[in-house]
Design a binder for this molecule. Structure first.
Ligand SMILES: [Zn+2]
Length: 134
C-alpha cells in the first residue's frame, strides 16, 4: 500500500471515512512510522479547535464507547493516547531543554556573586548612612 495522503489523514481525524477506509488507514498507521508522524502532526494542527471545545473529552469517550465492541477500533484510542503522550513528551523535553540550558554552569556561578553584590551594596549604603548621619 502506498503512503497515506494528507487529506486522508485529515478525513480520518475528522471521522469522515467509511469503516473500511478507516480500517485501512489505521492498519497503515500501525505499520508506518512515516505516516504516523504525519498523523501526529495533523492531530497537533487540529488540536486547538478540539482543545477549546469543552466537549472534547466527551467526544473521545463517545468515540471509544462507540468503537469498544469492535476489537479493531481500539487502535483509535491508542492513537489518541499516543498523540497526546507524544505532545506532552515533546513539550516536556522542550521545557526541560530550556530549563537546563538556562541553568548552565555560568548561571550557577553568577548566583553567589549576585548575593555578594547585594551584601556589598547594603554595606555600602549602611556605611554611607553612618557617614551622612553626621
Ligand atoms: Zn506510510
Amino acid at each position: 500500500m502506498s503512503h497515506l495522503r494528507e487529506e486522508n489523514i485529515a478525513a480520518y481525524i475528522g471521522d469522515q471515512l467509511s469503516e473500511e477506509e478507516r480500517d485501512l488507514i489505521e492498519d497503515h498507521l500501525n505499520d508506518c512510522t512515516l505516516c504516523f508522524e504525519s498523523y501526529l502532526e495533523a492531530v497537533d494542527r487540529i488540536e486547538p479547535s478540539y482543545d477549546l471545545s469543552p466537549s472534547f473529552t466527551e467526544e473521545i469517550f463517545n468515540k471509544i464507547n462507540k468503537k469498544t465492541p469492535k476489537t479493531k477500533g481500539k487502535s483509535t484510542l491508542v492513537h489518541y493516547a499516543i498523540a497526546s503522550a507524544m505532545t506532552l513528551v515533546l513539550m516536556g523535553s522542550g521545557i526541560f531543554h530550556y530549563v537546563f540550558s538556562a541553568f548552565d554552569d555560568q548561571q550557577f556561578q553568577e548566583q553567589p556573586s549576585i548575593t555578594e553584590k547585594l551584601i556589598n551594596e547594603s554595606d555600602y549604603w549602611k556605611n554611607n548612612d553612618e557617614l551622612g548621619g553626621r
